[in-house]
Design a binder for this molecule. Structure first.
Ligand code: FAD
Length: 495
């Protein structure tokens, strides 16, 4: 017996009418493509994907979803690694890829206005001939969107010196989860009133959809010098990082890659000439005005030698510099050679605890049968341990999740946190109570609720689910409980 196809829900028909059939996907094979972001451990397909071209389109989509009580969530390029763009409760995925216009470039006042689907590197490409760039540079910058960067408050190698996304966003136009359109900030730095731009940046798609973004443009440095040092031990490379900062030098970037990563890169088409007999390589870049750069390079070389670097290469020209960076930038991608799936973790520890953190991460991995590889923004203490596994096997996925949880525990125990730059999303929401007590979480949740009162916008993210809270014996009140005002003397926390 042939069953007749089930009728489309009314909201889906309404969306097709509003946007046109070519801007709405709902076939099972289309939905599959959007069932995860770059964290393949967590998969949930949406019921439809829509492709708006304007703020008005986004507003109409949101209003339709609200009218029918259907969950919705924004998505950029899907390079997120914390499950942020995954439709945990089904509903409508609002894919911003077609909103990719650079609307304005004002070099005199050093800002640009972009739509959320503009790819990070495309903005730099558009202004580099005039001597500017958009400074936040996630290693995914050739693919990820500025909308996604805003939602995750993304970092990148050069954020050590230049700061993360929040330091570069001066305004946002947002379609709120109620369907209203608001604007926070704009071209003028430090607009009056509460800093709601700052609140929105890093809100992981739970406070609305950014449809227009004002960002700072930063002059390109006069001179850039890049060097690569190799070490016999990971400890020596991590200690060199602390020594460089202690010497009062602020490099633009300091990145460490471990032995396994070096070997996988060198066996791939992204070969960068990293020494394969080293336990770790440290990539250091300094930039700025011509005066002073050579002195900084020579001070760094002295420190690297004092930490017994086996070899030091100072890039002679731009081609050599691009080669050295090429290996680092391909590091997550090449790990795909190791198995069907990779799990890139994102924890942060105080820089001085890096050697201990790495030893403990290796031990956790070994206990769960993983040889962990590490690539990280060492200057920020931001670790990215990588686990590779066969995602087709349930036991492998379980093992990866358990090891991941323990690794993030280590970061918290060492005085760090469960995310340095990839966000909490769906991956780590259940770990939030490790760092925040019920009062902290209740205040955060009440801020989100002002923007997203019906919890239809990207539900199931950032905050622990009730099941997890129950298991951990803690509770999150819907409104913050009254308590004594936190004292500044106790760092803002209750004694
Ligand atoms: C190879 C690789 C390297 C990476 N390197 C770095 C790195 O160096 N530093 C770093 O910080 N991250 C890095 N990442 C993670 C990722 O690229 C960033 O988190 C990036 O900002 C995600 O952008 P996206 O466009 O892919 O967003 P998506 O993954 O599509 O979405 C991410 C989040 O943003 C929300 N969102 C998307 N668009 C909007 C919008 N218009 N309004 C509101 N919310 C929105 C989504 O709902 C979701 O919660 C890397 C990822 C990969 C795969």
């Amino acid at each position: 017996m042939v069953s007749s196809p089930s009728p489309s829900p009314a909201w889906l028909e309404e969306l097709k009418q509003l946007l046109g059939a070519d801007a709405v996907l709902s076939q099972p094979e289309d939905l599959l493509v959007y069932e995860s972001d770059s964290l393949t451990l967590r998969r949930h397909a949406p019921q439809a994907i829509v492709f708006p071209r304007s703020t008005e389109d986004v507003q109409r989509i949101v209003r339709t979803c609200v009218k029918h009580g259907v969950p919705f969530l924004p998505r950029g390029a899907g390079t997120g690694i914390s499950g942020g763009a995954v439709a945990v409760r089904g509903g409508v995925l609002i894919e911003c890829a077609r909103m990719k216009r650079i609307l304005e470039i004002d070099l005199e006042n050093r800002f640009a206005v972009v739509e959320p689907g503009v790819v990070n590197l495309d903005l730099t490409r558009a202004v580099s001939a005039a001597g500017f760039h958009y400074a936040p540079d996630p290693s995914s910058q050739s693919t990820c969107t500025i909308g996604g960067n805003v939602a995750e408050n993304s970092g990148g190698p050069h954020c050590l010196k230049y700061g993360a996304t929040t330091q570069h966003v001066i305004g946002v136009e947002v379609v709120l989860p109620t369907g209203d359109v608001v604007r926070f900030g704009g071209p003028v730095i430090d607009s009056p009133g509460y800093d709601l731009t700052g609140v929105f940046v890093g809100s992981e798609g739970t406070m609305g959809i950014a449809t227009r973004i004002w960002v700072k443009l930063t002059p390109l440095p006069q001179i850039v010098r890049t060097m690569l040092a190799s070490f016999r031990t990971m400890d020596a490379s991590a200690n060199a990082v602390s020594d460089i900062i202690a010497a009062g030098i602020l490099p633009a970037a300091m990145e460490i890659l471990d032995r396994m990563t070096i070997q996988v890169i060198e066996a791939s088409v992204y070969r960068a000439g990293y020494p394969t007999d080293a336990d770790a390589v440290l990539l250091v870049e300094v930039d700025g005005a011509a005066a002073g750069i050579e002195r900084a390079v020579s001070s760094i070389v002295t420190i690297l030698k004092a930490r017994a670097a086996i070899a030091i290469e100072v890039a002679r020209d731009e081609e050599a510099r691009q080669r050295l960076w090429g290996g680092r930038k391909s590091a997550f991608g090449v790990m795909g050679r190791m198995n069907t799936d990779i799990y890139v973790l994102d924890g942060v520890v105080p820089r001085s605890r890096l050697p201990e953190a790495l030893r403990r991460v290796t031990a956790v991995g070994a206990r769960h049968g993983f040889e962990v590889s590490n690539v990280f923004h060492a200057g920020d203490g931001n670790l990215h341990p990588i686990l590779t596994f066969d995602g087709r096997k349930a036991e492998d996925r379980e093992r990866a999740m358990r090891a991941g949880e323990e690794i993030l525990r280590v970061c918290v125990e060492l005085g760090g946190a469960i995310t340095g730059e990839h966000g909490v999303g769906l991956e780590k929401n259940e770990f939030m109570p490790w760092t925040f007590d019920e009062h902290d979480l209740a205040v955060m949740k009440s801020v989100r609720d002002i923007f997203n009162p019906a919890d239809l916008c990207n539900p199931g993210k950032v905050f622990p689910t009730p099941r997890c809270i129950e298991a951990k014996g803690t509770s999150i009140p819907s409104t913050p409980p009254t308590r004594r005002a936190p004292s500044l003397a106790t760092g803002g926390r209750q004694p």
